[in-house]
Design a protein around this ligand. Structure first.
Ligand code: CDP
Ligand code: MG
Length: 833
């Protein structure tokens, strides 16, 4: 009871401080009018360029003067030698030829859908056309164009490019804004931002006051944020009849969007690409002299099958190759193209054969005469960095006087990004290892060769079992075509797909929209924070609505963790969670960590859960790796083991021995670095919410009380709990939904035959043959009682009912008694209030 009061009053105090009065909190939450709290930190970037004078005549004069200024600047640039060159380049882009038709359609219709091949000039030109025509027209209304991008890196690189095309520095007429970074000036009329930033702006300003044009780019990707934004904008359009909405897509699926917006006109920009010579795996293998032998290396959980590359005597090569490919395909069940095709395809793991092949192909290309950059599509950051390490050690590819090896992924630093677009010196070949980010959202000019591994990280969600996953999966046909198309932009090119043609034939036509394959918890929170009414009613108006069951699961989960009350309204906790753009369970841990002054280790736990598992378990050194992890074992918790490992790495890093430390302890140095960076990012987010003191620069706290940390972890991970059932020799684990469950063998809790605690809280469960739990922490009865579910105000009674269900199910008499008395006490307390 004490704890509950403390958390309650803590959260409320903050809101008092922020809003100045309680009523505004009760009614408006974080509405803009009454609070100056963190949501506002983004708003500065959207304000009117300069306060305009009050009287209409005076205002018109100021606007007119500004427009004249901009117009003469624009003219001067276009007449300068560099300006003329730039204009010439722009005039050569397919989009330029459609300029008048596009502007006409935009001025005559509230919604316009534009499609055109990647590189035709949609992103860089169309916002500029609007800007230029507004500057030229001097309509007396300052235009304000917002163009959203699904990723930070494209918002940044595109804004820079557009500023350069206009002969300006970033922050003059063109700016950008992404999370925690942005450049915008007094006279910025065109802002590139991530979709998330526009959604946050809508939180503070539902009518997008002052905005004249919204351009939603890359809609073909069907990201969750974009689909969500479209529902919100569709509602907004009748309220803002003069607002223009422009949707841009790199593929030809415009009809879907057009009919969603009541038959909005579609404009297609015809493009031109050079022919691309396509090789599939069978052709590539033929070139190499490698043979593909299937061998089933089934790991602990029967999860993965990989194929090994063997060098063969060239003479035998051909016939063996054919049968090897055939065998491999049969083994992976490629012949079964039934409804489960995609699933059976996922057994085929191109990454394991891919590295050698990619190296081989790159060498081949480097030895060719034809100049031109190489773009390699990889699954994710991990693969990119391991491949980069491998290639750097190669005598040709690692030779920096001949090869410029670059990585391109969503979370790279801005300076690194610029290199990708620059032309290398003569005689140097640029090789870019990229994720699917280079598929449509950024364009690298000089690419002639493309290598495509065929996979991308895709989040998926199994609503029935309520289990989310982020796994490499096969791309769609459209994506494969996009990847191939990247090779034919400047001259005829070559594309190597590292999968057989029959696999390509079995790809899905389009990728499933994200909203249909992701857990909806964060989305539901956003809907609530934007006050968009009933969650299920709102989502039923989406372009493609998610399954009812998925929506119900998300709502139920949010209620259980205390973010929504019984009536689906946001609780205090829920409001704070909406300000932290991460999974609610991670947000909860951070909030409680801040309140109980143990933020430093909690930041490590949360960052650790957001990256790939830093504890590595190589197949052939499993025992050694598990033993290495066990040294960090700390009171029956994988999460706290990570905290220890990180602290050790941090110390080693200070002596410049971080790599050795990781090597010795089977840790991933990359994950450690990622954790380090994320800790900083999360900390600054927390400072934005006001939960930690914004004047200090170090993490606010150094409490390492193990019991407290355990409680904070439990608070975040509930209702991921399982009961530890002891028998004579060892123990077994049970959850309410799955019955018997098992631990991954690298869990520190899997090593002991006894766990002296009655419960484990876990981060994730994965169903393979049995259900496996990953990363668990043992907790006591009292911790579960006090920290399981919602302890912030909101739905205490509901929570107790739920927890009561668990306790009854597991029939633990001692704790059930404790629970009964606690419940009575709390209910009285609530009534007396
Ligand atoms: O959006 P879309 O894929 O249609 O093309 P874009 O991003 O507007 O790019 C149009 C052209 O501008 C590209 O073909 C590139 O030649 C050039 N561009 C560039 O040189 N540097 C950039 N950072 C972006 C684009
Ligand atoms: Mg684009």
């Amino acid at each position: 009871v004490g704890l509950q009061k403390r958390v309650d009053s803590y959260l409320r105090d903050y809101i008092f401080q922020k809003s100045g009065n309680t009523d505004s909190f009760q009614d408006n939450g974080f509405s803009r009018s009454n609070s100056s709290c963190s949501v506002a930190t983004d708003e500065g970037l959207f304000e009117q360029p300069e306060p305009l004078p009050q009287s209409k005549a005076a205002m018109e004069k100021v606007v007119w003067r500004r427009c004249m200024q901009m117009r003469s600047q624009q003219q001067a640039w276009q007449e300068s030698p560099e300006g003329r060159k730039m204009l010439e380049f722009r005039r050569g882009l397919p989009a330029y030829k459609e300029k008048n038709a596009l502007l006409m359609a935009i001025s005559n219709n509230q919604v316009v859908i534009i499609s055109g091949e990647t590189g035709c000039g949609k992103t860089t030109q169309i916002p500029q056309f609007i800007l230029e025509s507004e500057i030229e027209s001097v309509r007396g209304v300052p235009c304000s164009i917002i163009c959203t991008q699904p990723r930070r890196i494209s918002a940044m690189s595109v804004s820079e490019r557009v500023a350069a095309e206009r002969g300006e520095k970033l922050g003059e007429t063109v700016g950008y804004k992404v999370r925690l970074e942005g450049v915008k000036g007094r006279d910025t009329h065109l802002l590139f931002c991530t979709t998330g930033i526009l959604l946050r702006r809508l939180l503070a300003d539902r009518n997008l006051k002052g905005v004249t044009h919204v351009i939603v780019d890359e809609i073909h990707e069907r990201g969750m944020n974009e689909d969500f934004l479209l529902i919100v904008l569709k509602d907004l359009l009748p309220r803002r009849p003069e607002l223009r909405l422009i949707l841009m897509s790199a593929t030809l699926d415009a009809e879907l969007f057009s009919s969603y917006f009541g038959g909005a006109p579609m404009i297609h920009i015809p493009g031109f690409t050079y022919p691309v010579h396509t090789h599939f795996l069978e052709n590539v293998l033929e070139m190499t002299g490698y043979k593909l032998t299937p061998y089933n290396q089934i790991d602990d959980y029967g999860q993965e099958k990989t194929w090994k590359m063997n060098k063969q005597a060239p003479r035998k090569r051909k016939s063996q190759l054919a049968s090897a490919v055939e065998d491999a395909l049969k083994a992976a069940d490629f012949t079964d193209f039934g409804p489960e095709t995609r699933e059976s395809l996922s057994c085929w793991n191109p990454d394991s054969i891919g590295f050698n092949l990619i190296e081989y192909l790159l060498c081949n290309i480097c030895e060719k005469e034809t100049p031109g950059a190489v773009l390699v599509f990889m699954t994710g950051w991990d693969d990119i960095s391991s491949l980069k390490d491998k290639l750097q050690a190669h005598p040709i590819l690692g030779d920096t006087s001949r090869v410029l090896l670059l990585a391109c992924h969503g979370s790279m630093a801005s300076a690194e990004q610029r290199l990708i677009f620059e032309e290398p010196e003569d005689g140097v070949r640029k090789i870019v290892l990229a994720t699917n980010i280079a598929e449509t959202s950024i364009t690298i000019n000089d690419v002639v060769f493309v290598i495509d591994c065929g996979k991308a990280k895709e989040s998926s969600y199994d609503a029935l079992n309520n289990t989310p996953c982020l796994l490499p999966s096969w791309i769609s046909k459209v994506s494969a075509q996009q990847r191939r198309g990247r090779a034919g932009r400047v001259q005829p090119g070559e594309c190597y797909h590292l999968y057989p043609r029959c696999v390509y034939e079995a790809f899905a036509e389009y990728q499933l929209p994200e909203i249909l394959r992701t857990p909806l918890q964060s989305l539901c929170l956003q809907i609530k924070s934007l006050k968009l009414g009933s969650i299920s009613e709102f989502l039923s108006r989406a372009l493609q609505s998610p399954e009812l069951l998925a929506v119900q699961n998300a709502i139920e989960y949010l209620k259980v963790i205390g973010a929504l009350d019984e009536n689906e309204n946001l609780t205090v906790l829920g409001r704070y969670l909406t300000m932290l753009p991460m999974e609610p369970k991670l947000g909860k841990m951070l909030i409680l960590g801040a309140i109980f002054n143990c933020l430093d280790p909690v930041l490590t736990v949360v960052a650790g859960l957001s990256v790939r598992d830093p504890f590595l378990t190589p197949m052939d050194k499993k025992d050694l790796a598990e033993a290495a992890k066990a040294q960090f074992s700390c009171d029956y918790s994988d999460h706290l083991a990570l905290v220890r490992a990180y602290e050790g790495w941090k110390d080693a890093e200070r002596d410049l021995a971080g790599y050795e430390y990781c090597w010795k302890n089977f840790l991933s140095a990359q994950s450690m670095k990622a954790i380090d960076a994320l800790r900083r990012e999360f900390y600054s987010l927390l400072r934005d919410t006001g939960l930690v003191d914004s004047t200090t620069t170090t993490c606010n706290s150094w409490s390492y009380d193990m019991h407290l940390l355990r409680a904070v972890i439990c608070y975040g991970l509930y209702p991921g709990i399982c009961s530890v059932v002891h028998n004579e020799k060892s123990y077994s684990l049970k959850t309410m939904e799955d019955g018997q469950v098992l631990l991954y063998s690298n869990s520190v809790n899997a090593r002991d035959s006894k766990i002296p605690y009655p419960w484990l809280v876990f981060n994730e469960k994965i169903k393979v043959n049995s259900v496996f739990l990953r990363d668990s922490t043992a907790v006591s009865d009292s911790v579960l009682l006090l920290f399981g579910g919602s302890i912030s105000r909101g739905d205490t009674a509901g929570h107790l009912k739920m927890l009561g269900g668990y306790l009854e199910f597991f029939m633990k008499p001692a704790i059930a008694e404790m629970y009964q008395s606690l419940r009575k006490e709390l209910e009285e307390l609530i009534q007396n209030k």
